[in-house]
Design a binder for this molecule. Structure first.
Ligand code: ATP
Ligand code: MG
Length: 448
């Protein structure tokens, strides 16, 4: 499911807002609590020292009731822990010697303590002061504890959260618009995406689009060139066919020439058929969306078997050109489409026979190497000049147009070879020296 940017931003803003409200609420409360506790301790100590100053002048400890007030509890405890006076009537009168503040006062002169009653929801702060007569004067005060302070703050925190929720929704709306608008602008003008990309983060995306546009443009150009080339190549044989047919039709051709004209028509038609066959093959191997339309049937294939068959099939045509055609090497198994590999091998051998001298030699060899299974075709023919070596795999590319045409070549053979190799994940290497010969190696990677 696609995510909404607005929702995502809004959610994160809300989380951050909530976290900061809760954090600052807890921190403030904690800080407040600390200051508050200090203040209370100070007040208790002050009250205790006031009472202590007056204590010497009191006729009896019971007179301490004079200092009673609503908030502060006063207790007078003897050195052995017995309660001598207690201002809070409800208080328990058990021995107070165990109380930490009393113990501390007996030891050091004064003592503090705070005890929280979880059930009552308040904390009691105690201050104990050792008097000169050895008794301990204690002041105490009950204060609502931290939890109840939190409880009181809760509505405020809730309101803040709701406020933040609304604020994050609004803010995210605003932010999303601000972030998205430049992207929309960029999308409006994809042709200049390199200049209009608004964020560094989008640069890889922009690059991908640019690359895509470039490949589309260049493949469009290739396609146009291809169409122009095809039309041109079709035109030549058709022109001569219609020329010979016209000669026969109009009776210009002498009756004894008709047979040879018909033979020429047949030859040109054969050339046309071969050309159209090659074009169909190429377009099957390389369709527009990059996925070959042709369903290749990959199976365990021995390159040596195919090379032998191919050499057998071409033996007659090699002999006609006075070429020795041989097959050597050892078995090498690959996952491949046998029909396509035969086509590949035939095209390579055909070239080596065609672009050769009478008495030349062509060797097809198969080897299983650590690098992969290698099918190579070597000849000692005319060779390919260095400047043409990169381009001979292009469609309709011929080094020597006149020679190729004389032998019936259209420049599609190596393009087909290249596509078949690509389909099998095989690499092609070409090395050639004009006047000495050519070696083309097709390397099929080993499958794991
Ligand atoms: N073994 C070779 N020796 C010398 N030149 C070669 C060899 N193989 C290919 N070439 C050169 O490369 C060009 C392209 O070869 P390719 O097989 O693609 O086309 P073609 O042989 O002209 O026509 P097609 O194979 O379609 O009948 C050839 O025209 C030729 O000039
Ligand atoms: Mg060829």
């Amino acid at each position: 499911m696609k995510q909404s940017m607005k929702e995502k931003i809004s959610f994160h803003l809300f989380i951050v807002g909530m976290a900061s409200v809760l954090l600052s609420a807890s921190l403030t409360t904690a800080l407040f609590h600390r200051v508050f506790t200090k203040q209370i301790q100070h007040d208790l100590a002050l009250t205790a020292s006031d009472i202590a100053a007056a204590y010497d002048f009191l006729p009896s400890p019971s007179e301490l009731f004079l200092f009673d007030n609503e908030e502060i509890r006063i207790t007078l405890i003897s050195a052995n822990g017995k309660v001598i006076y207690e201002s809070d009537a409800n208080s328990v009168m058990e021995n107070h010697l165990t109380r930490p503040e009393v113990q501390a006062a007996l030891k050091t002169g004064e003592g503090f303590d705070e005890r929280t009653s979880s059930t009552m929801g308040y904390t009691t702060y105690y201050y104990a002061l050792l008097l000169e007569d050895g008794t301990v004067l204690r002041t105490a005060i009950d204060v609502e504890n931290l939890y109840s302070i939190y409880n009181e703050a809760l509505p405020a925190v809730m309101i803040s959260c709701i406020f933040i929720l609304i604020l994050s929704a609004l803010l995210s709306l605003f932010l999303t618009r601000r972030i998205v608008r430049p992207i929309e602008k960029m999308a409006d003008d994809l042709d200049n995406i390199g200049d209009t990309v608004p964020y560094i983060e989008l640069e890889p995306f922009a690059k991908a689009i640019q690359q895509d546009q470039q490949t589309r443009k260049s493949s469009e150009k290739l396609r146009r060139e291809f169409t122009a080339n095809v039309s041109h190549e079709l035109k030549t044989p058709l022109t001569s066919i219609s020329g010979y047919a016209e000669l026969i039709e109009t009776g210009i051709a002498k009756p004894e020439d008709v047979k040879s004209f018909a033979a020429r028509i047949r030859k040109e038609s054969a050339r046309l058929l071969r050309l159209i066959g090659d074009i169909i093959k190429l377009s099957e191997l390389d369709s527009a969306d990059g996925e070959p339309q042709l369903a290749a049937h990959f199976e365990d294939t021995d390159l040596l078997t195919i090379a032998r068959e191919c050499v057998n099939d071409l033996q007659v045509s090699a002999q006609k050109s006075y070429i020795t055609l041989l097959c050597e090497g050892s078995s090498a198994k690959v996952q491949a489409d046998p029909g396509l590999i035969t086509e590949l091998c035939t095209n390579l051998c055909d070239n080596s026979i065609r672009y050769n001298h009478a008495g030349g030699k062509v060797v097809v060899s198969v080897q299983d190497t650590p690098e992969g299974a290698v099918l190579s075709v070597r000849d000692n023919g005319i060779g390919i000049p260095t400047e043409h070596q990169q381009r001979v795999f292009e469609r309709f590319y011929r080094v020597d147009k006149s020679r190729s045409k004389a032998t019936g070549g259209t420049g599609l053979g190596l393009a087909i070879v290249k596509h078949i190799a690509m389909l099998h994940g095989a690499k092609i290497s070409l090395s050639s020296t004009p006047g000495e010969g050519t070696l083309i190696r097709v390397i099929f990677p080993h499958h794991k």
